[in-house]
Design a protein around this ligand. Structure first.
Ligand SMILES: [Zn+2]
Length: 236
């Protein structure tokens, strides 16, 4: 089983599980699915384990980079007809055509992009990004309202929502009550979106990813670990 914890190293979050046993030294391993485990001698404090992971962060990142090419990943986006793009966890095929007005429609397995004037990948990308942003605003606000009903019991206030492109995180929470969600989250299923929202709301009460944090998160979302694993499949 082990316990979950994580550290923030620069802009990188390093989640890991740690296990105690009758051994002499701390050791860390990175597995091909990018999970990180730490083996610790009995009685070593959570803070010492955290400091140890910090010291090994460069090595962990290097190991991640070595394993990453072997993970199932979406190829580089080219914004051409036939390419698949995700929306709320489902795959849709792009269909780009000329028309009388710019529009994007999602139906029957297709993302249909209609462009007034010349078709180009840059134009398609702009229209599609606007479409994602519009739908993200609606979907995230709806999920935030639903998730807040759970968090409300823990006296967590409803935060303001901001959406932007984030390089290496799904979300963040500021102590001023601002929840920021990564636009790319709109490509993942709703149960993953809910995980990120509940996770960030928990930071209202517990700032760091220590045992108290995971305890609160488990209380509000008992199946969070499955959702978190699933979310990892959508990181591209
Ligand atoms: Zn967090």
């Amino acid at each position: 089983m082990g316990q979950s914890d994580s550290i923030i190293w620069g802009t990188l979050e390093i989640p890991y599980r740690y296990f105690y046993s009758a051994r002499q030294t701390l050791s860390v391993s990175v597995h091909p699915d990018l999970s990180v485990t730490v083996k610790a001698p009995n009685g070593v404090s959570v803070e010492k384990i955290r400091a140890f992971v910090h010291r090994r962060a460069v090595w962990i990142r290097k190991a991640w980079r070595e394993f990453e090419p072997y993970l199932p990943k979406q190829p580089e986006r080219r914004y051409i007809s036939g390419e698949t793009h995700r929306y709320l966890g489902r795959q849709y095929r792009l269909k780009i055509e000329r028309g009388n007005a710019d529009s994007v429609k999602c139906l029957r397995g297709y993302l249909r992009v209609t462009i007034e004037g010349d078709i180009s990948p840059a134009r398609t990308k702009t229209l599609l990004t606007d479409w994602y942003r519009h739908h993200a605003r609606e979907a995230f606000q709806e999920r935030l309202t639903a998730c807040h009903q759970r968090a409300h019991r823990e006296e967590i206030p409803l935060p303001n929502l901001q959406i932007r492109k984030m390089a290496s995180r799904w979300g963040s929470y500021s102590s001023k009550g601002l929840l920021t969600l990564n636009l790319a989250l709109i490509k993942t299923p709703k149960d993953c979106i809910d995980y990120v929202i509940i996770h960030e709301l928990c930071h209202h009460k517990v700032k760091h990813h220590g045992p108290q944090f995971w305890k609160l998160l488990r209380k509000l979302m008992p199946d969070f670990e499955e959702r978190r694993k699933k979310l990892k499949l959508y990181a591209d």
